[in-house]
Design a binder for this molecule. Sequence first.
Ligand SMILES: [Zn+2]
Length: 162
Amino acid sequence: MTKRNSPNCIKSNRNYTVIDVSEALGVHPKTVRNWLRVGLPVVDDKRPLLINGADLKVYLKQKRKAVMFECKEHEMCCFRCKQAVKPNVESVNFIAKAAGMAHMTGLCDECGCRMNKYVSWRKVNDIWLELEGKLPIAEKHLILRGQNLLNCPFNGVFSDEK
Ligand SMILES: [Zn+2]
C-alpha cells in the first residue's frame, strides 16, 4: 500500500468523486470522507458528492503544512515565512463554498505572500474580530461567487449569534 498523497496528479479544472480521489491519491475512501467532515469543501449538496480539484489541492497543501506549524483560527500558513502568520486584515476575503464552508484568502503581513485556508462560515465573525476587523464585516471581503444566494450562509452567520 503506497500513500502518495501528492496533489500533483490532481487537475484543478476537474471534479472528483470520493472514489476518484481515493484512487488518485492512493488513500482509503474513508480517509477522503473524513477530510470532507473536517473541512474539505464539496461542489454542491447533490449526490454523488463531488470535490473540485482546485479545492482538493489547496486542502492537501494546507493539511501538509498544518503538520509543520499549527495555525490558530485567525492565522494562516505562509509558505514563504514557513510559519503561522496573521494575514493583513484589508487583504482578507472569504469565498463561499458549499456545505457551510468558506475559502479564506489573505496576504501575509510579513512578506505579502498569498495564503489560503478553509474555515466554517460560523467562524467568520470570530476570525474577523481576531484580525481586528470592525463588524459588520464589509461586503468587499465576502465573495459569494457561484453560490445560490437563496441559500446565502450569512443569514445564519450574522443574525444567529447564539
Ligand atoms: Zn510570509
